[in-house]
Design a protein around this ligand. Sequence first.
Ligand code: NDP
Length: 386
Amino acid sequence: MKRKIAILGATGSVGKSTLDLVERHPERFEVVAVTAGSNASALAENARRTGAKLAVVADRSRLAELEALLAGTSCTAAAGEAALIEAASGEAELVIAAIVGCAGLRPVMAAVDAGKTVALANKEALVTAGELMTRAARESGATLLPIDSEHNAIFQCLAGNRIDDVVRIILTASGGPFRTASAETIAAATPAQACAHPNWSMGAKISVDSATMMNKGLELIEAYYLFGLPSERIDVLVHPQSVVHSLVEFVDGSVLAQLGAPDMRIPIAYALGWPERIETPAQRLDLAAIARLDFEAADLRRFPALRLAREALEAGGAAPIMLNAANEAAVAGFLAGRLRFPQIAQCVEQALSHDDYAAPRSIDDVLEIDRATRSRVEALMTERCA
Ligand code: NDP
């Protein structure tokens, strides 16, 4: 029997890698739904290639275009949030959550509430609603499988082990394009430089997050919710080669690591095949050719975003939501040329100083804090540009 899957964010970097794997294993998977933000033509092409029954574009103004592109096929075109939720909670058994940002939150929660197996790339959804999402998963019986390479590595290292035997987990970080750059060079970074990741090819938002190291900060929070360890037992270690994807230390002093080429198809394949493994075309690891693996501590002075994320994790409540919302808004501002690179972390720090919110009790609360924080950052950016 083929496994029915829905790919949320099918037109993005993770979405494309997922489609590549699915097409290499036609005997295993049937794509029933694909979604995109606004790119109707890429979405229609995905739907035609996979034979999906439902194609959803979030931006309603692109529905007519999507309908025209899918004319003559048996695929239904739909638009808007309710349709995204339908794609996430409908026929699929396995939902690939690869929308970027908090925009993915309601669809991911719909999949969790429906008890699906959710392969999660969309870290912002877990960062902003970790408590609510993990509780909903326990109640519905949903399984969360991490796609983020670090969390996927930890998940692999934990297989066959007890979480009670874990002393700490160590998230590796490439250090991004500015790992060795001076504070002055970092201050003058352009969007093109920030997006030029040395090891991974990814969407623009996560590439900027890697350059600020906010990505590792979001991953700290993601690890906290996925594995239930407190902040002081989640370490970050810079590892420029991106070969060791993360490590787990156990009570007996053993440290397990997962290694592989920096190719997202490896962690995605693990989630697609789980609990089995499926073949990928990823380059095989040649450790003799790599010759050395380096590790160093993260520099919180040049990369303050990592410190801010840890503070938000430890503050709890609304802080991770504010951190994420301010970061999303500031990264968009940086990519649009409205902010300089160091101002991303400054905007986040200012947003975090607003501590009027109670801990969210519903997704509506999360989205309200997200909206209010974005509008504060928008005002800050307008002030700075005035
Ligand atoms: P991309 O920017 O490449 O793709 C994002 C996807 O989300 C696209 O399909 C896009 O559609 C869709 N989308 C954008 N905005 C909306 C919206 N408002 N509503 C619905 N859909 C929307 O991102 P990535 O693939 O790089 O990243 C996706 C997620 O995976 C992120 O959370 C990222 O942090 C995480 N991740 C990514 C990794 C990577 O290697 N890329 C590694 C680990 C985690 P459209 O094409 O129409 O804009």
